[in-house]
Write a protein that binds this ligand. Structure first.
Ligand SMILES: Cc1ncc(COP(=O)(O)O)c(C=O)c1O
Length: 367
C-alpha cells in the first residue's frame, strides 16, 4: 500500500538523532517547560521570522491562547471557514468567542475574502485565516482588509510550516501564528505539541502565562489560564526533525510538481497552482472529482491510500448546525467537501510510487 504517511521509512540518521535527543532529556531529569523548550521556541520563531515563540500542548490550544492573549473572548465574533480541522472552530469557542463561517474559493479551498467581508459585523474582532493544505495566498489583501476594518489577523499555520510569500513566512503576517506539531504535520512531534509565534512581546508574555494555569511566577495566578505546556521530549525531538524539514519540504514540492504535470484525466481536477513555489508546502495534495467515492475505491484497488480533508464542513457537524455564517451560504465549502480527495504526498515517497499514483488516477474511468 502507498501510504499517506510513512514514518517507518524515514532516514536512519534521523531516527538515531531522535533517540539521542530522547536520551538527553531522560538524563537531564527535567521534563516539562525547560531548556529544550526554550531552545526550540527560539529556533522555530526564527524560522518564522518573528521574535517570540511560546510552546504549547497542541495546535488547537495555540489558537485559543493566541485569541485569549489578544483579549478576544465573550461577545466577540471571530471569522474562519468551515473547510478546516474542527480544532480551528473549537479553539474559537473555547476562547469564549463566537465563530462566524465564511465560504471558501473553489479553486484553492481557502477562505474567500468576499465572503469574509459579508461576515463582518460591529462585533468582529478577529479573522482566523487557515493556510489550508499548506498554501498561503493573497496575504496583502488579508492584511489590508484587517487593517482597514480594525480586525486582528490570526494565522492557523497548522498545515503550513515554512510556507512563504515574497520572503515572508507563514505565521509572520498577523498578530500571531498558531502551529500544530501533531505527528502527521510537515514538522511533527512524536505526540501532541504546538506553538504560538508572534512579534508582540506583550502577547508572548501573556501566552506564556496562560499556557501554565495563568501563572506569572510560581503559585501566583493573575489570569485564569489552562494547562497547555510543551514538554522537553517533544521539543528536543522537534529540534532534530527541524533539521530535515527543508529537505522534506523540497521533496513534497517535487512530488506535487510530478502530480501537476502527470495527472491527465478530465474526471480528476488538481487545485490551483500556488502564487509562487515557496507559497505551498503541500502538507496535503488534494484533487477534486465529482465521483470522489468511486475514485477513492479505485485508488484503493491500486494499493493507494487516500484521506478526505474534510468530508463534513463545520456547519454540517451535529454540534455546529446553528453556527453563524455568510448570509449567502457556504455552497463552495459543501461542494468541496463532497468532491475533495487527498492523495499520498509525503517526503519518503519514491519516484516509482508517485508514478503508480499518477497511473492509477489516469486510469480512472468513472465506471
Ligand atoms: C488547520 C488545522 N488547525 C488546527 C489544528 C489543530 O492542531 P492539533 O491537532 O495539534 O490540536 C489542525 C490539526 O489537526 C489543523 O489541521
Amino acid at each position: 500500500m502507498i501510504l499517506m504517511n510513512d514514518f517507518k521509512a524515514e532516514p536512519p540518521e534521523l531516527h538515531q538523532a531522535m533517540l539521542g535527543a530522547a536520551s538527553r532529556v531522560l538524563e537531564s531529569g527535567w521534563y516539562v517547560l525547560g531548556r529544550e523548550v526554550e531552545v526550540f521556541e527560539r529556533q522555530w520563531a526564527a524560522e518564522c521570522g518573528v521574535a517570540y515563540g511560546v510552546g504549547v500542548g497542541n495546535g488547537m490550544d495555540a489558537i485559543e491562547i493566541a485569541l485569549r492573549s489578544l483579549g478576544i473572548g465573550p461577545g466577540d465574533e471571530v471569522i474562519t471557514t468551515p473547510m478546516t480541522a474542527f480544532a480551528t472552530v473549537l479553539a474559537i469557542v473555547r476562547a469564549g468567542a463566537t465563530p462566524v463561517l465564511a465560504d471558501i474559493d473553489r479553486q484553492t479551498a481557502l477562505m474567500s475574502i468576499d465572503s469574509a467581508r459579508r461576515c463582518i459585523t460591529l462585533r468582529t474582532k478577529a479573522i482566523v485565516l487557515v493556510h489550508l493544505y499548506g498554501q498561503i495566498r493573497a496575504m496583502d489583501a488579508w492584511t489590508e482588509l484587517c487593517a482597514a476594518r480594525g480586525i486582528l489577523l490570526v494565522e492557523d499555520c497548522a498545515q503550513a510550516h515554512l510556507a512563504s510569500l515574497n520572503g515572508n513566512m507563514a505565521g509572520s503576517f498577523g498578530a500571531a501564528g498558531a502551529f500544530s506539531f501533531y505527528p502527521t504535520k510537515n514538522l511533527g512531534a512524536v505526540g501532541d505539541a504546538g506553538m504560538l509565534v508572534s512579534d508582540d512581546e506583550a502577547l508572548a508574555r501573556k501566552a506564556a502565562k496562560l499556557r501554565n494555569y495563568g501563572q506569572s511566577v510560581r503559585y501566583y495566578h493573575p489570569e485564569m489560564g489552562l494547562n497547555s505546556r510543551l514538554d522537553e521530549m517533544q521539543a528536543a525531538i522537534l529540534g532534530e526533525r527541524l533539521k530535515w524539514l527543508p529537505e522534506f519540504t523540497t521533496r513534497r514540492r517535487e512530488i506535487a510538481d510530478a502530480y501537476l504535470s502527470g495527472i491527465d484525466n478530465p474526471l480528476v481536477k488538481c487545485m490551483a497552482v500556488p502564487e509562487s513555489p515557496q507559497a505551498h508546502v503541500y502538507h496535503l495534495f488534494v484533487v477534486n472529482c465529482a465521483q470522489r467515492d468511486k475514485l477513492q475505491a479505485h485508488l484503493r484497488t491500486h494499493q493507494v491510500q487516500t484521506h478526505i480533508h474534510y468530508p463534513i464542513p463545520i456547519h454540517q457537524q451535529e454540534s455546529c448546525l446553528n453556527i453563524a455564517r455568510d448570509p449567502l451560504g457556504l455552497a463552495n465549502s459543501e461542494h468541496h467537501a463532497a468532491t475533495c480527495l487527498s492523495i499520498p504526498c509525503h517526503p519518503q515517497m519514491a519516484d516509482a510510487e508517485v508514478d503508480v499514483v499518477i497511473a492509477a488516477l489516469n486510469s480512472f474511468s468513472g465506471e
